[in-house]
Design a protein around this ligand. Structure first.
Ligand code: MSP
Length: 639
């Protein structure tokens, strides 16, 4: 029988050196769904990739002193490395700089232009000069740039537009008859009532003010502006508009686009209209998941609540990280991230509930039966209850996974594991072990335990694949697939002689002491030292490197009222610097100032936030004043 196809995508990521744990969320859910569907016999195509064009990349490349393509080439590998350390099993990785994508998007643009769905007009909007970014009326915050808080100016620029208005009615009708397209339902209502029904404005889809994009081939002053380039990846990756579109014929339309809530709108309004204009079928579902937040706020490098996810993977294991991401964020809502919680969950669920159960069972099978037990099939009521619970699990997990309630699905599996632990307490195998006449009963109990573990592990494979394989290995069973998911599919077990620890218990107390010590050390280094300094030579002084730096962004320190965290452009790069100037300056005061930065100071963590340098200030009884060199360029030397 031909397999049913399942085409699943994540968004394509902006290439970055600074991926955080929140970025891993979409990809880990997608990977879990892909693995689950494959195990259930679907022909899965799982796509991810990178979104590499746009003004921001152009600017960052310039700051790094290189061209955009070399710049992205270097950092794309970072995404691939991160996905590999998380065990992500994508079938294709698309880069929007790939030639087939560029050509396919150019043709798509031309086709829509010839059809009249794209037309040339004039873009009018707001422009933030220092940020070089465009904003619409509704995006401005108090009339200022939503990103840096500075003044914006009105601009007019020639631009091509996609006639969203032409398809407004058609989309409205489609969505009303296909409410399942948008998940969760709350977002569907928001899109329909707040965005679609009030009316869609035509979308500006080209720019002439920067170069790093796909050129419009019949009007090369224009580059195709972000969303049209990015969204089309879902079909160009399959060969749409290329010589070989067999994958496209096979897999399109997608069963699921998984996206974060902030880009849901583009995927449910603009993307369907692009597809309608191209006469292509719409995806079956777009799921807008919530965010991983820290103390209710964003995860970001400058807020100091950021660590490279590979640090957690390295310290606690890939499955502790996957388990946390998959279980902690309730369907469609935001979930909280903290390293402490990750450790707690790993200890309480993975080590205690799962690891301990496997370890005890394998050890007892060795102790009482030399490692081999067979199915006696003689059952007491308590066994029947366990067997029933285990056999009900498959349908429960499937129902949750089919509606994308991934957190609830994994909770179902852990409920059965907890039930299995209770079965150990109810049957007390260690007591049976002391009684010669209870050997058959003991064998039944151990076999039932191994069977329950095996069935749960089949379910767990999609979520925590590495550990699942390790458990199967300890059970020494080949019955790892869903065709053996029924209890009793195996007749006997010969388990490994010595079970290895699956999830090492992390000492929470030791960890907290370590964190407390780190915090105290930081406090100490930031204490001001007030003393008369010894004389230094000219050479000593010349060891200090100082440069003019432009403060491009600034925010309050998340943990200290007196500190501000600035992002400072020092010509060759952007540095993050923490300074004790908050009593006298607001973040808005600082943005745009050209200050003097000591650039060769050893980086330090100040109340948990990394500081890579120091701003020079004057200080007296009235307070602090920063030096502001108005006519200098960032990067100019100070001596
Ligand atoms: N390039 C666009 C997407 C284009 S798709 C045609 C983009 N890229 S992104 O790198 O900014 O984000 C990629 C994904 O990471 C998004 O789904 C986004 O929601 C997700 N996350 C980024 N930070 C997140 C959290 N803190 N929590 C959960 N997901 C978050 O947007």
């Amino acid at each position: 029988m031909e397999k049913k196809k399942y085409y699943l995508t994540t968004p394509i990521y902006y290439p970055s050196d600074n991926f955080h744990i929140g970025h891993c969320y979409t990809t880990v859910i997608a990977d879990t769904l892909a693995r689950y569907k494959r195990a259930k016999g679907f022909d899965v195509f799982f796509l991810t990739g990178t979104d590499e064009h746009g003004q921001k990349i152009e600017e960052r490349a310039k700051l790094a002193g290189t061209d955009p393509k070399s710049f992205v080439d270097k950092i794309v590998a970072n995404a691939q490395d991160l996905w590999s350390s998380l065990g992500i099993t994508y079938d294709k990785f698309i880069r929007t700089t790939d030639e087939y994508h560029v050509k396919a998007v150019q043709k798509m643009f031309r086709d829509l232009y010839e059809k009249g769905d794209i037309y040339k007009g004039e873009y009018e909007g707001w422009y933030c000069t220092p940020d070089e970014s465009f904003w619409t009326d509704s995006q401005l915050v108090d009339g200022k740039c939503p990103e840096c808080g500075r003044e914006v100016k009105k601009v007019k620029e020639e631009s091509y537009f996609l006639r969203l208005s032409n398809y407004q009615k058609q989309l409205e009708e489609y969505l009303e008859s296909h409410p399942e397209l948008m998940q969760p339902e709350s977002r569907y209502k928001e899109m329909l009532n707040n965005f679609l029904k009030p009316g869609l404005q035509d979308l500006s889809v080209s720019r002439t003010s920067f170069k790093w994009g796909i050129p419009v081939d019949f009007d090369p002053d224009h580059v195709i502006y972000v969303w049209m380039d990015a969204l089309s990846n879902y079909i160009t990756a399959l060969g749409y508009n290329s010589d070989d579109d067999s994958l496209f014929q096979k897999y399109w339309p997608a069963e699921l686009h998984l996206v974060g809530k902030e880009i849901f709108r583009f995927h449910t309004l603009i993307w369907p209209i692009m597809l309608m204009a191209l006469d292509l079928p719409l995806p079956k579902q777009v799921y807008g998941h919530g965010w991983l937040v820290v103390d209710g706020g964003k995860i970001s490098k400058s807020l100091g609540n950021y660590k490279d996810p590979r640090v957690y993977i390295n310290d606690y294991g890939v499955d502790a990280v996957r388990y946390y991401l998959l279980s902690e964020v309730p369907f469609g809502n935001d979930g909280n991230f903290s390293e402490k919680l990750l450790v707690e969950r790993s200890n309480s669920d993975l080590a205690n509930v799962l690891g301990n159960l496997v370890n005890r069972t394998v050890s007892m099978t060795n102790k009482y039966f030399g490692g081999t037990v067979t199915n006696t099939k003689v059952h007491e009521t308590v066994d029947e209850d366990l067997i029933r619970t285990v056999n009900e699990l498959n349908a429960k997990v499937e129902a949750k996974m089919d509606t994308l309630h991934v957190d609830a699905a994994i909770a179902e599996i852990f409920n059965v594991l907890k039930r299995t632990n209770r079965y150990v307490d109810e049957t007390t195998p260690w007591v049976l072990g002391k009684d010669e006449s209870k050997q058959d009963r003991l064998q039944t109990v151990l076999f039932n335990l191994l069977e329950a573990i095996r069935v749960c592990t089949i379910q767990l494979e999609a979520f925590i694949p590495k550990s699942a394989q390790a458990i199967f290995d300890q059970l020494q069973t080949d019955a790892r697939t869903f065709d053996t998911v029924a209890f009793g599919s195996v007749d006997s077990y010969t388990v490994v002689e010595k079970p290895s620890i699956l999830f090492a218990r992390i000492d929470e107390k030791e960890l907290e002491e370590k964190w407390a010590k780190e915090a105290a050390a930081v406090e100490e280094t930031t204490e001001e030292v007030q003393e008369t300094k010894p004389e230094i030579t000219f050479d000593d002084f010349m060891k200090t490197e100082m440069k003019v730096g432009l403060i491009e962004a600034c925010e309050k320190h998340p943990k200290a009222d007196k500190l501000l965290v600035s992002q400072i452009n020092i010509g060759t790069e952007t540095r993050q610097v923490v300074s004790g100037i908050a009593p006298d300056y607001t973040p808005e005061d600082m943005i745009g100032k050209k200050v003097i930065v000591v650039t060769n100071l050893k980086p330090a963590k100040i109340r948990g936030v990394e500081s890579q340098g120091m701003i020079l200030v004057g200080e007296d009884a009235n307070g602090i004043e920063v030096v502001n060199l108005k006519s200098m360029e960032p990067g100019a030397t100070v001596r």
